[in-house]
Design a protein around this ligand. Structure first.
Ligand SMILES: [Cu+2]
Length: 119
């Protein structure tokens, strides 16, 4: 095989690899880490894409909190000391509010955030 053919072959292999990984990234889940503590979620505003699966990786740094996303009819406890996964796929754009639904003290009622779902 000539040197030029070898270069051409490796260039097309690289191109194919780039296309495959690009597609995988576009279709892969949106992995979002959210940390909970008295009395906030960090981050509390998260932009996500419509129709792309979301995997929330939830942790707490102090005690058990909860996360409720009423529009999706979803909730989970967030115990301290482990990662809790919650999965969903947003099917319309707009804001999806979430809040803590495990009473955690005086600021509990303000412990909330939102997903901004974009097209
Ligand atoms: Cu709470």
């Amino acid at each position: 095989m000539s040197k030029n053919r070898l270069i051409g072959l490796s260039a097309s292999l690289l191109f194919t690899f780039g296309l495959v990984t690009g597609a995988a990234m576009a279709d892969g889940p949106q992995i979002i880490k959210i940390s909970a503590k008295r009395f906030e979620f960090t981050p509390s505003e998260i932009t996500i894409k419509k129709n792309v699966p979301v995997v929330l990786q939830l942790t707490s740094t102090d005690r058990t909190h909860g996360i409720a996303i009423p529009a999706l009819n979803l909730r989970s406890d967030i115990p301290a000391g482990k990662v809790t996964e919650l999965k969903f796929t947003p099917n319309k754009s707009g804001d999806l509010k979430f809040y803590c639904d495990v009473f955690c003290g005086d600021g509990h009622d303000n412990m909330e955030g939102k997903f901004k779902v974009t097209d």
